[in-house]
Write a protein that binds this ligand. Structure first.
Ligand code: GLU
Length: 276
């Protein structure tokens, strides 16, 4: 019976655009099979983080490292990297969107934490970031995390950045907003003294304001990014882990890096997970 089911599944795969030779057969009740049948992968991603997840205002195209990861998955599942629907997912919505089935997966500078893992499942890390600070270019009073004590610091709700600031600099006054891009005008106008979150996000925002902002460059916490999926979807997690492992080995990870965050001149030494 099981063999017959596998045969039928394989025969169905032959009807797909990717063709019989290439496409992997998935169990009929798996998330992978459902997405393939639907023909579209739905991905929760940031829209305001240049180099990671960014909606280009002119073209409407979603760009960045997270978007590249999503496109590689769509290509593997459906045969086309265009078979994808991006849904804006700010930090505090990530668990909700997965639990409510709004998206198939979240690829959104999403750090793997124990607290989040109670509500969602994560793949293995596909990227390592570090928490850092962005300040006004002319402000020389902030040179490390402890200098934030007594200052006003902007960050996003539902992020690990908030938790770490509370722990490291309890005397800092926090301005907590929905999306990091909201912090930039506040910082430029002097309403806040710093923006603190992952260096990846800060590098992208810095690239938009290279003359007026400065990255402090003293990371004070490591952030392993995982792809978030619905809790206990083990088969989907294993499938995605297989893809990540493959990209780390075959150069696709490096290509995605060079096409996005790499253009800032950053090197991937501390961000790339080891081959596994
Ligand atoms: N990576 C951290 C987190 O997942 C901070 C960046 C973000 O909010 O996306 O909370």
């Amino acid at each position: 019976m099981r063999a017959l089911r596998a045969l039928v599944a394989a025969a169905l795969v032959c009807l797909l655009p990717a063709g019989c030779g290439e496409a992997e057969a998935f169990p009929a009740d798996s998330t992978m099979a459902r997405i393939r049948e639907r023909g579209v992968l739905t991905v929760g991603i940031k829209f305001d983080q240049p180099m990671f997840g960014y909606k280009d205002p002119a073209s409407g195209r979603i760009t960045g490292f997270d978007a590249e990861m999503a496109r590689l998955i769509a290509k593997d599942l459906t045969g086309s990297e265009r078979s994808i629907r991006f849904v804006e997912t700010v930090s505090r919505e990530r668990e909700n969107f997965l639990a409510q089935g709004v998206v198939d997966l979240v690829i959104a500078t999403y750090s793997i934490t124990e607290a989040r893992a109670k509500r969602v499942s994560f793949t293995d890390p596909y990227y390592y970031a570090g928490q850092d600070m962005l300040v006004r270019a002319g402000d020389s009073t902030i040179d490390g995390v402890t200098d934030l004590d007594g200052k006003t610091v902007c960050t996003a709700t539902g992020s690990t950045s908030v938790d770490r600031l509370r722990e490291k600099v309890p005397e800092a006054e926090l301005e907590i907003v929905d999306a990091y891009s909201v912090c930039v005008p506040a910082l430029l106008a002097g309403r806040v003294d710093a923006l603190s979150t992952d260096d990846t996000i800060l590098l992208g925002l810095l690239a938009q304001n290279p003359d007026t902002l400065r990255l402090v460059g003293k990371p004070f916490g490591r952030e392993p990014y995982g792809m978030g999926i619905r809790k206990q979807d083990t088969a989907f997690r294993e499938y995605l882990n297989g893809l990540i492992t493959r990209w780390l080995r075959d150069g696709q990870w490096d290509r995605a890096y060079m096409a996005t965050i790499g253009v800032t001149g950053a090197t991937s030494d501390s961000s790339k997970p080891p081959n596994r």
